[in-house]
Design a protein around this ligand. Structure first.
Ligand code: MN
Length: 228
């Protein structure tokens, strides 16, 4: 078989402790999965089942790359998130079986054009321009679960130029990682290579050119991203 032109390269993420990289298939994201963030965005965290959107895999920034602030936008907000990396998939996976699909965990930032998202919400339009724009998903190396286990608690935080902006604990997630995988697998057939951004704690805010974001998840890793 031949192609008309070179097919796009496989997007991949480094894995701690090996030269083998994690090839990315799809990137799923969860909205409002921490109580304090749901409240800061003006929603009632107790009444909502989890909801999902996607980011294009080509929007990921791997290997310590910088985040170029996009044109055609107002405020771009940081959202630090625990990212789950799947090595196997399935449909209608039970929560009790979900962690068996997980290869490991990373630290990611779900960068969001907040002003475009607010416009989209008001107009009932899709979120793609707000959430799936180029370079909108910086991600650390993946820490294998065989080394770090399956963290269900631990600090999650983000600093901008050394000032703490976001802070929370994985235990504050409204929907746990196994519950998220179970819900998602009822909506999509999950496959090896899928990533899940699991939501952000309170404290989201804008970034500007020249600043540096530094964030981490206890027991998983850290990520430093200059805004250029
Ligand atoms: Mn998010």
């Amino acid at each position: 078989m031949t192609y008309l032109f070179d097919p796009p390269p496989v997007v991949s993420v480094p894995v701690v402790g090996t030269d083998a990289r994690f090839p990315v298939r799809r990137v799923f994201c969860v909205g409002r999965n921490y109580r304090d963030h749901a409240i800061e965005m003006g929603h009632d965290p107790d009444r909502e089942p989890p909801f999902f959107f996607t980011k294009d895999a080509r929007a990921l920034v791997t290997d310590g790359g910088p985040f170029p602030l996009p044109r055609a936008t107002g405020e771009v907000h940081h959202e630090v998130e625990l990212v789950v990396a799947l090595r196997a998939g399935g449909s209608d996976v039970a929560a009790a079986d979900a962690l068996g699909l997980v290869h490991g965990y990373a630290v990611g930032i779900d960068l969001t054009r907040r002003s475009l998202q607010a416009d989209a919400k008001k107009a009932g339009r899709p979120w793609d321009t707000a959430k799936s724009f180029d370079h909108s998903g910086p991600i650390s190396a993946i820490a294998p679960a065989s080394a770090v286990g399956h963290p269900a608690s631990g600090a999650i935080w983000l600093d901008v130029d050394g000032a703490r902006r976001q802070t929370g604990d994985l235990a504050q997630m409204i929907w746990s990682v196994p519950e998220l995988i179970a819900h998602l697998s009822g909506l999509f057939r999950l496959e090896a290579g899928d990533l899940v951004f699991t939501g952000t704690p309170a404290g989201v805010g804008p970034v500007m050119v020249g600043q540096t974001m530094r964030c981490g998840v206890e027991g998983v890793g850290e990520l430093t991203v200059p805004v250029v």
